[in-house]
Ligand binder design. Structure first.
Ligand code: C5P
Length: 222
C-alpha cells in the first residue's frame, strides 16, 4: 500500500498533537510536531535575550541552531542544540511568546524548508498551522481541527491538573484566544483552513472518534 502525507492544522489546543500521534502510531508513520520547532527557537531567544521583534537577529540565531525531533519509547523528544528541551518548551513563557517569533517571514521561510526536508519521504503525519497551505501543499490528506475555545481551554486545564501543573481556566482561555488571534492575523502563512482540507469539529467528539475519522479519510487515499 501507498505511503502518504497527512497534514493536520488548526487553532491552539484543538487536540492536533494528540490525534496526530495516534494516527502516526496506527500507520507506523513518523510524526512531526512543527510547533515544537517554533517553541524551541523561542526558548533559545528568550534565554539569550534576543528581542522577539528583531527579525534579523532571530534569523541569525536560527541559522546557528539545530532542532531535532527524536522518536523515543516515551514519545517524541525535542533537542535544541543537542539538549533535551521537551518539557521546557511547554512553559507559560514560551507559550505566550511563540506567536511573536513565528510571525516573522524569514523565520517561517527557514522553518518551512527544514520541515519539508524532514517530510521528504512519505509516511508522515505533520501538525501545525500552515502544513496544508504551505509546508505540504500536496499532502494527500489535509485535516483542519477545530473546537470551541471553552472546550479547548477545559481540555488543557484538565491536562495540566493531571500533570500536577498549576492551571487557571480563565487565563488559559485568554492565552489561547490571544495566540489564535496573532496566528490568524499575521501576514505570512496565517492560520487558515486549506481549501481542500476536511474540517472536523472536535468539541463533542472523543480523541478516538477524531482519530477514527482521520484514519477513514486516510484509508480512502492509500
Ligand atoms: O502547535 P503549538 O501550539 O505547539 O504551536 C506553537 C506556536 O507555533 C503557534 O501558536 C504558532 O504561533 C506557531 N506555529 C506556526 N506554524 C506552525 C506550527 C506552529 O506558526 N506550523
Amino acid at each position: 500500500n501507498n505511503r502518504i502525507a497527512i497534514a493536520i492544522d488548526g487553532p491552539a489546543a484543538a487536540g492536533k498533537s494528540t490525534v496526530a500521534k495516534i494516527v502516526a502510531q496506527k500507520l507506523t508513520y513518523i510524526y512531526i510536531d512543527t510547533g515544537a520547532m517554533y517553541r524551541a527557537l523561542t526558548l533559545k531567544a528568550t534565554n539569550e535575550s534576543v528581542a522577539l521583534d528583531d527579525e534579523t537577529s532571530l534569523a541569525r540565531l536560527l541559522n546557528n541552531t539545530t532542532i531535532e525531533l527524536k522518536q523515543s519509547d516515551e514519545g517524541q523528544r525535542v533537542l535544541l542544540d543537542g539538549e533535551d528541551v521537551t518539557l521546557s518548551i511547554r512553559s507559560q513563557l514560551v507559550t505566550n511568546n511563540v506567536s511573536y517569533v513565528a510571525k516573522h517571514p524569514e523565520i517561517r521561510q527557514e522553518m518551512v524548508a527544514r520541515q519539508q526536508a524532514l517530510a521528504n519521504k512519505r509516511g508522515v503525519v505533520m501538525d501545525g498551522r500552515d502544513i496544508g497551505t504551505h509546508v505540504l501543499p500536496d499532502a494527500e490528506v489535509k485535516i483542519f481541527l477545530i473546537a470551541s475555545v471553552e472546550e479547548r481551554a477545559k481540555r488543557r486545564h484538565e491536562e495540566n491538573i493531571l500533570k500536577g501543573f498549576s492551571s487557571d481556566l480563565e487565563e488559559l482561555k485568554k492565552e489561547i484566544e490571544q495566540r489564535d488571534l496573532i496566528d490568524s492575523k499575521r501576514d505570512v502563512a496565517p492560520l487558515i483552513k486549506a481549501e481542500d482540507a476536511i474540517e472536523i469539529d472536535t468539541t463533542s467528539l472523543s480523541i478516538d472518534e477524531v482519530a477514527q475519522k482521520i484514519l477513514s479519510e486516510v484509508y480512502q487515499k492509500m
